[in-house]
Design a protein around this ligand. Structure first.
Ligand SMILES: [Zn+2]
Length: 463
């Protein structure tokens, strides 16, 4: 009888109690996934917390930023105990996703070091019923000061479709600051490396053929903490008119050129149209063109912050211009307009298969066969300035080659969308095509680049 009572007692009282205590004293610390900046605390950012807890349930989440004796509590959330949940007496909350807006500039703290604390506890009876605690203490830097920009170059005369150079200094040499020139909605990065000083930047920027005198142009700098500075500079925009041109698309052109383009699956869609070859041409001219432009200019991310070139750029020798930069072309078929596009380079025709000299010294960063451009080469001259050569019959350089001004890089041809043997020569700054005429002009180079750099060097030397 005693033994039966004992086993009943064991089964219904002792074991459940042990089981209960075992669960109540669980050792599973809450887990946290959170985005905390590595060094600078942005002026304003969303802190996203993803909390999971596998034991008794969440008890408390506490988040604060402190600096010296000041503390700003960002969150103090308690999850109430529910009488019973599962095996536990806890909150029954096993995960939570929180989003907290952190606005360091509003807490009355000074720029400098601060500490971010996050504490998360559960309902375990460990630590005298304080629970398992997850905690982080992270040192961060509060930075509410915008970078300070000083423009060092003086005159900036910019032609529509042309290029400008701005040289500027960022006053305190803060880490991780991005800067450059904003021109309308296009941003051109500024680079160190033109000067020995580690806070003097050079930025070549373009005014596209479509941007005019009203375009907003300024130096822009933003730091890791999200502080932004803008600084205007004196500049004068010279308007420039570009030509209009009409191109008659003939059947023989379509028959000769279209078959060399293999567009894959899209091809089938042309078959159901009245003139499949013409439909194919319009597709290539409208849809493939922007994709090919993106492709040919893509390697510019590899540009070096070194001036690899000097003096005027070379033009294909003994050649006649066939089309100019930014010509507005209207395409006609049987006298009817079928398309219009801008021509973003200069077409130069010489004898067929003429040798093409590198326009200036630099590094070959693109060698490819790209749709409308055919066989083409992209040369980086440094600081985002590139020259490109299209429709080549043969390429005699390879990726990574260093070339000198005048080195032969290949021969002209009619690969891609070309009716006759010619060189399509283009100049670009970052992802914008610019007028090559400026780069062939020794006086323009001298006045807008060489003298400007020399002037700033002299100015710095005086200080
Ligand atoms: Zn062309």
């Amino acid at each position: 009888m005693k033994r039966i009572l004992l086993s009943i007692f064991l089964t219904f009282v002792i074991l459940p109690s042990l089981w209960f205590l075992f669960n109540q004293f669980e050792l599973k610390t809450p887990e946290l996934n959170v985005n905390i900046p590595s060094k600078y605390l942005p002026k304003s950012y969303d802190m996203n917390l993803d909390i999971t807890e596998k034991g008794t349930g969440l008890r408390k989440v506490f988040i604060a930023i402190s600096q010296n004796s000041k503390e700003k509590v960002l969150l103090d959330k308690t999850y109430p105990r529910v009488s019973y949940s599962g095996f536990f007496f806890g909150s029954g909350v096993y995960d939570d996703k929180l989003k907290i807006l952190v606005e360091s500039a509003k807490y009355g703290m000074g720029d400098g070091e601060a500490i971010l604390k996050i504490n998360i506890s559960d309902y375990s009876w460990w630590r005298w019923n304080n629970g398992n605690i997850f905690s982080i203490e992270q040192k961060l830097i509060i930075d509410t000061k915008s970078p300070e920009i000083e423009v060092l170059s003086k005159t900036h005369n910019i032609n529509r479709g042309g290029v400008g150079l701005v040289i500027y200094r960022l006053k305190d040499n803060e880490e991780g600051v991005e800067s450059g020139i904003q021109v309308g909605d296009i941003f051109y990065k500024g680079y160190l490396g033109m000067f020995d000083q580690q806070n003097i930047y050079a930025s070549f920027f373009a005014l596209t053929h479509l941007q005019g005198a009203g375009t907003d142009i300024y130096v822009k700098a933003f730091d890791v903490a999200g502080n932004m500075a803008k600084k205007g500079f004196y500049h004068y925009i010279k308007e420039r008119k570009f030509k209009s041109d009409t191109l008659e698309i003939s059947d023989s052109f379509l028959q000769n050129i279209m078959p060399q383009f293999n567009l894959g699956e899209v091809e089938a869609t042309f078959d159901s149209t009245p003139n499949p070859l013409l439909s194919k041409f319009i597709y290539i001219n409208q849809k493939l063109r922007p994709m090919n432009i993106e492709q040919i200019l893509k390697p510019v991310v590899d540009t070096e912050n070194k001036m690899m070139w000097s003096g005027p750029f070379l033009r294909l020798p003994a050649s006649a211009p066939r089309a100019q930069f930014a010509d507005h072309r209207t395409y006609k078929y049987n006298g009817k307009q079928i398309d219009q596009q801008y021509h973003m380079g200069v077409d130069l025709a010489s004898l067929s298969r003429s040798d093409i000299p590198a326009a200036n010294s630099g590094k070959v960063i693109g060698v490819d066969d790209i749709g409308i451009f055919g066989k083409c080469v992209l040369i980086d001259h440094g600081f985002g300035i590139c020259s490109s050569y299209a429709h080549l019959s043969n390429i005699s350089v390879k990726l990574g080659d260093m070339v000198k001004k005048g080195d032969i890089i290949g021969q002209t041809g009619l690969t891609g969308l070309a009716a006759g043997d010619h060189l399509h020569f283009a100049m670009s700054i970052d992802k914008t095509f610019v007028n090559p005429v400026e780069w062939w002009d020794p006086l323009w180079i001298k006045n807008n680049i060489d003298l400007k750099i020399a002037e700033v060097k002299q100015e710095i030397g005086k200080k």
